[in-house]
Structures are given as C-alpha cells and as structure tokens.
Design a protein around this ligand. Sequence first.
Ligand SMILES: Cc1ncc(COP(=O)(O)O)c(C=O)c1O
Length: 443
Amino acid sequence: MPEKLAIAGGTPILKRSDYQNWPIIGEDDRRLVNEVLDSGILAGGTAPQVTALEKEWAAYTGAKYCLTTTSGTAALHMALAAGGVGPGDEVITSAFTFLASASCALHQNAIPVFVDIDPRTYNMDPSKLEAAINERTKAIIPVHIQGLPADMEPIMHIARKYNLFVVEDACQAHGATYQGKKVGTIGHVGTFSLNNFKNLCGGEGGLFVTDDEALLQKGVLIRCFGDEVDEVSHRRVYNASILGYMYRNQELPAALARAQLLHLDEHNAVRMANANYLTRELSQIPGVIPPYCPPESKHVYFFYNVRFDPQAAGVGAEPRRFRIAVEKALYKEGALVGQWQTMPVPGQDLFQSKLGYGASSYPWMVNEAKGIKYVYHPDDYPVAQALCDTYTIVHGIHPPNGIELMKKLVEAFHKVFDNLEQALDYADEPIYPGADGKLYGAG
Ligand SMILES: Cc1ncc(COP(=O)(O)O)c(C=O)c1O
C-alpha cells in the first residue's frame, strides 16, 4: 500500500515550527547596536561603526581596503564607475545570477553581455568567456553563485589577456575561498551584500574591497556625491570633482554586520555541515542531484540547490514538469523548497524590451545607433535555462537549523521519491504561496 503524500491528503513530515529563523540575533548584536544608540552617531562616511566594519572586513578577507555601501548593488555600480566603465562599454556577467550583477552595468550606461554557466557549478563557464569578448568589452563580473566561488583562475587569465577589469560579485559568498583565497580579493574589486538574508547581514548594506589605492580613492568619491574632503580638516568641501552617488551606509547596519562578522565562520561551518549531510543523503536518491563543490573551493551555501532528473528517477516525465511536481509535493510535506531565479537573467522582460531609460531604449541605443544589435534570447544560454527548469532551493540550511531539520528534509525527499507517480498527479495543483501566506526564497 503506497504512503499517501501530503499533497494527496496525507500527513506532512515537517511543520513550520521545525524551522528556525535566520539571522540569529544575539548578545553581540544587542551590544553593538546599543553602542550606536548610546553614541548618538547614526551616520557618516567616517563614523565609528562604519570605519570599524571596513577595517574588520578588510582584515577578514585579506583585502587592503574596504568601503561600506548602502547595498551590494551600490557596491557593484561603484566598482564599475571606479574602474572607468562608461557609455557603450560591454560588461560580461553570468546568465544565472541576480539582476544586479547586470543592471549595475546599465546604471553606468554600459551594456550587459551574458555568458552561459557550467552545468556542475552553475557559475560562469570560463570556456565560453572568450567568445563574448570584443573591442567594446571593458569588464567581467564573475558571480560566486549561491556561495560557491566562480572558477577565477581561467577568468583572470582571460581578463589579463584582454586587459579587462574584473569585479567579483561575492554578494552571496561571504567567507568562501578559491584556491585558499577569500573571494572578493582575486579580481580588481570585490563586492558583497549585507541584506537580511545573506550569510553576513546588517539588515541592508554592502561592502566594496580592493587592493588598489586609486580604486579606493575613486570609490570614496563616488560613494559620497563625488564630493572632495579637505585633507586637513577631513570635512567635505561641497565641491564635487566627479559624478558621484549617495551610497553611504549607516551606523546601525554597520554595527549589526560587525556583530554578525564575529560569528560568520561559526555560522558558515553550520551551513557546511547541514549541506554536507544533505548531499550525502540526497545523493543516494536516484533523480536528485545535490550541489557540487570543486576541491579547490570552499562553498558557504548561501543557498542549497538541488536539481531533479526524471530519467534517473525512472519516470517518463518532461524535466520541468517533473521538477514542479516534486517541488509541490515536497512543499506540501512541509519542506520549504522553491525557486529563486526562474529564468536566465537575459530572459527577463527588461532585456526583452530593452526599455532602459529615455524614449530610445538607453543605454543599448548608445551602440545600436551605430548599428550594433543586442538580442537577449534565453535559448542562447541553454545550460542556465536547463538549470532553471530543473532546480529548487532547499531552505533551512542556515543556522540555528541543524541536523534534526536536515533529517526531516531527507525523510520528506524519500517519501516523495518513493511515490513519484502520486506526486505527478498533482503537478498542476496551485499551491503557492504557502499556507501561511509567506513566500520563501526571496533574495
Ligand atoms: C548575486 C547577487 N548580486 C547582487 C546582489 C545585490 O545585493 P543587494 O540586495 O545588497 O543590493 C545580490 C543580493 O540580492 C545577489 O544575490
């Protein structure tokens, strides 16, 4: 007698109360936030928490310099602006990422170009990089997706060959290492997000790291209206020397991020233990493909991503439909699973319409006026498209969740994979958002 799946009216394996919330707010967070409140200083480019966070993050990553910013997106844009990327320049990034890895180029009047991903790591495939380079290419933004470092050695090799500026999008990969080096310190600039969900969070915020003093100085100007600071008095002179933005962070997020940083390695160790447990157990289920981590890398599992393969599972379903059926059945078992990106970034409406700004589709028009055409077709990124058809994120990897939750997740996977025909019967059931009205997986 087959077991009745929860989606068919059976009893779910997990309850919402099995999950604990990330981020963990503890004594250090309260202490440092109270320090801010007691100091009465809430903001300022050289305010104490912001300055301390910059020193501590530089020390943690091994970068020479660090600047805090309002967001990871701001750090990415600041990096391109500091690196001299401008109108009509092309900036190459990965087809499977968050929009900001590409929109930061648009913010600088430059044009994003996408490269497909490696089928095992989901990071930019370096073997496809050179084909995307032309005389307009100015920069590359490799993304350390889901906490796994991009393959930086061949990327840096190609960047040196073509004299390209490299900005690492490490927004999802605080503490990850590649060949023993912290991500963010391999390219010319490294950028990190401090948003609520990230492995290092301050509520919102970002970090910009570099070893290059000229990029640092440019970053300082761009972060604060392009405004010069008097060398003697350290006061702003209200005379903008270049075009800048308002990307300064505040003291409260900086204090929170400092407190979280005290526990980053410990929290990452929990993520890795949870992930390793899931990988060991789930790899025994035919049709489940756990994430892969190459030996030269330390993956910090911002997301734990699994793919589904109907053929390996012995089911004759179309891959996308199979993923949807399994995802829904797991979700009804109480496992918080669901997609993050649902399509390659170049498939998004913005890239289909190319309605950037102005009546004439800027910034694309900068080059299209010269006869250069930009067409973003999802079929040009078949590996990213296949991933989007077949993956789901398994939530709950973050501490304080531990092995108890992982065991229940594995149990839910077994239950669903032991009853796949039943799960497929419900593939068209509309079940999102969850019963509590929450959407999981927003990043
Ligand atoms: C890969 C990636 N790049 C950039 C960003 C942008 O960071 P933020 O949300 O802090 O602007 C994010 C986070 O959402 C991200 O996941």
